[in-house]
Design a protein around this ligand. Structure first.
Ligand code: ADP
Length: 396
């Protein structure tokens, strides 16, 4: 079955056409600057990437351009649109309504709409993509795959904040967690790699990308995760602060004469390793600057790793042990230095690093701990699109 996987943002849209039988990507790309001017990136597997400046005032027009590219007689991946048998949509927030992926119906769309409040930047954009696809492919079954769904197994002690209970009852203020598709995909793969039952393992997944989160997966279920009501909580990220003392918001607002939305903007877009280093949000730039002696760049790296170390410790405690620790996403898959900084601090758990393998591992699966290590450490490339494809196929 060919599945079109769509990840729709407010002004961009990523897509992959995947054959679910072989799990091969037939074509992929993205639409950028939707509603501004428009650029289509399209790549059929095996051919060069094509970049076309093309007007796309709306998401529907952007998706139409993607569909046209997919059936282009010269470079298309399929002969006609009937070969797209299902569409899988990434949806950021499913609130407490969605604990699993769900076939899209009018009722489901209305329920997703009710979660818009919780993710005002993401859910409305996801819904625009869903509606545009439905208009262009009215007879194709579509599935919503939620970033939050995997974490709906968290117990109340993990998801409650120490706030008046009525905020939870009235507004749904609680921890939801994100990157669920990735945490689920990577933890399942980890069980395969170590050759044990998923339901018998205590796994910690460190999803370290521009956005970063950690998840404790106990016997196949997410029991805690570092992102919260929104993706701002937890680890120090590219430009996001992660955990801060909430009093800082008021303090900075007064000192810098900023409104609350302006302070939130600083926490989301001007903080994290970029804020600490003053260099960049990209760890490759930070690493280069640190090597040249930039102290703030080195501090950003160390602070990032320190926060990861603390969360791993917290989740080992939450699960009363850990069997497997996984590193994934841009940094987790590629940055052996950050992985080493983290693993070197986990000796108390019985972690022994295989430095040679760790140093040689970039963008591929590997066991990066020694054979004697009490906890197995793994680098595992995440693949959220493939996970969405699998979920979609399972439901249609
Ligand atoms: P997101 O999907 O959240 O945007 P990614 O998972 O793509 O993020 O991760 C992006 C980050 O991964 C980059 O900011 C960069 O810091 C880091 N990264 C990617 N490749 C490498 C690499 N080869 N070495 C070190 N860091 C890398």
């Amino acid at each position: 079955m060919n599945v079109l996987v769509i990840n729709c943002g407010s002004s961009s849209l990523k897509y992959q056409l995947i054959n679910s039988d072989t799990e091969a990507v037939l074509a992929k790309g993205l639409c950028e600057r939707i509603g501004i001017d428009g650029r289509l990136v399209y790549q059929k597997t095996g051919l060069d990437k094509e970049i076309t400046e093309a007007a796309m005032p709306t998401h529907k027009q952007a998706i139409q351009l993607v569909l046209d590219a997919l059936v282009n007689p010269n470079t298309g991946a399929i002969a006609n649109l009937s070969e797209i048998e299902a569409v899988g949509h990434r949806v950021v927030h499913g609130g407490e309504k969605f604990a699993t992926s769900t076939v899209l119906t009018d009722e489901v769309i209305a329920a997703i709409e009710e979660c818009n409040d919780l993710a005002p930047l993401h859910n409305p954009a996801n819904l625009i993509g869903i509606r545009a696809c439905q208009e262009l492919m009215p007879n194709v079954p579509m599935v919503a795959v939620f970033d939050t769904a995997f974490h709906q197994t968290m117990p109340d002690v993990a998801y409650m904040y120490g706030l008046p209970y009525e905020y939870y009852e009235k507004y749904g203020v609680r921890r939801y967690g994100f990157h669920g598709t990735s945490h689920s995909f990577v933890s399942k793969r980890a069980a395969e790699i170590v050759g044990k039952n998923y339901e018998d393992l205590k796994i910690i997944v460190c999803h370290l990308g521009n956005g970063a989160s950690i998840c404790a997966v106990d016997h196949g279920k997410s029991v805690d995760t570092s992102m919260g009501l929104t993706p701002l909580e937890g680890l120090i990220m590219g430009t996001r602060s992660g955990d801060v003392d909430p009093s800082i918001l008021d303090f900075i607002a007064q000192k810098e004469n900023l409104t609350l939305p302006q302070v939130m903007n600083v926490l989301n877009k001007k903080s994290g390793v970029e804020g600490i280093s003053g260099v960049s949000s990209d760890f490759r730039d930070i690493e280069a600057a640190a090597k040249e002696g930039n102290k703030r760049a080195a501090l950003a790296q160390q602070t990032f790793a320190y926060r990861v170390i603390k969360y791993v410790g917290a989740y080992a405690a939450a699960m009363n042990g850990v069997d497997v620790i996984c590193f994934t996403a841009g940094l987790g898959e590629n940055d052996c230095k950050i992985r080493e900084m983290v693993m070197n601090n986990l000796g108390y758990l019985g972690v022994e690093v295989n430095a040679e393998v760790n140093n040689a591992t970039r963008g591929k699966e590997a066991v990066i701990s020694t054979a004697d290590s009490k906890v197995t450490c793994l680098a595992i490339p995440t693949n959220e699109e493939l996970a969405i494809c699998r979920e979609t196929v399972a439901l249609v």
